[in-house]
Design a protein around this ligand. Structure first.
Ligand SMILES: O=C(O)CCC(=O)C(=O)O
Ligand SMILES: [Fe+2]
Length: 271
């Protein structure tokens, strides 16, 4: 699907996501990927991110992503993306004027890119705005900058899971020492009995829009091909995250992470 009409909107409401083809020209994707590879070690700013790296691993391809896209610079090909069109589509699906609030690129490199544990995006944001920011005020656009395959760890979406509302999440430390929020596997098993898991084999330049309570995740990249993806997070145009609430949310998260790390340290045998 390339153009969105009423039946696409109904499908989005029914499934909790919708795939849109050719949102970025594949040749522009190649240029973007080249730029990302050249700048990946210098253009990294995780200050606004809650998923922090912990130095447990020397593998870099799983960790680094670019989130300072520096689009004012004319030499930055990300400025060539037609964000206007993506924003119009996001606004149509969300039923209100949306604005991009955060853009990032995950590398998901060949043989090293790690899994993304299953979650609802709202869990990462709800405490930043409070009751004035219901999940309906957000939508994500996930863009494949290369062909995405199951072996490469494409995004898997649980169709219809948004109808279940918010599901409790736990904080976990992943194998690469990144702290993440995830749904308990037992609950996921129960959900998967009714809701379809859909592996999204997106073509280079295609994207999926999904709601902030649609359950999604992905496996590790065990293929010889990079599977770079770009995420554009959208928020209602009139909404702003509350700085104080965000600070409180982040410090609570840091405290939980310290607790996990401390208990990991405590469980290590004496040297
Ligand atoms: O890269 C992936 O597989 C998932 C990314 C994701 O869940 C997100 O950015 O919200
Ligand atoms: Fe997500």
């Amino acid at each position: 699907m390339k153009y969105l009409d009423e039946s696409a909107l109904n499908k989005y409401r029914e499934d909790g996501y919708i795939v849109v083809d050719d949102i970025i020209d594949p040749s522009l994707c190649d240029t973007l990927n080249e730029y990302v590879q050249k700048n990946k070690s210098t253009n990294v700013d995780r200050t606004k991110e809650i998923d922090k790296d912990f130095p447990f691993s020397d593998i870099l391809g799983t960790k680094v992503f670019i989130n300072t896209l520096d689009e004012d610079s004319t030499s930055n090909p990300f400025s060539l993306i037609n964000y206007g069109e993506i924003t119009r589509k996001a606004s149509f699906l969300a039923g209100q004027s949306m604005t991009p609030s955060f853009k990032k690129v995950y590398l998901k490199s060949a043989f090293q890119g790690d899994c993304e544990v299953y979650h609802q995006d709202y869990e990462y944001h709800m405490d930043k705005g409070g009751a004035t920011h219901p999940f309906k005020d957000y939508i994500q656009c996930f863009i494949a900058l290369e062909d995405h395959t199951a072996l490469g760890g494409c995004l898997n979406i649980m169709r219809g899971s948004h109808k279940r509302g918010r599901i409790p999440h736990d904080l976990v430390m992943t194998r690469n020492g990144i702290s993440k929020l995830t749904i308990n596997p037992q609950v996921l098993k129960e959900l998967s009995e009714n809701d379809d898991f859909q592996p999204l084999h997106l073509k280079k330049g295609s994207c999926v829009f999904f709601s902030y309570i649609t359950v999604h995740g992905s496996a590790s990249n065990s293929s010889p091909f990079d599977q770079t993806r770009m995420v554009v997070e959208y928020m209602g145009e009139s909404k702003r995250h509350d700085d104080e609430k965000t600070k409180t949310f982040l410090s609570r998260r840091r405290k939980q992470e310290r607790g996990i790390l401390q208990s990991m340290l405590d469980s290590l045998p004496p040297i």
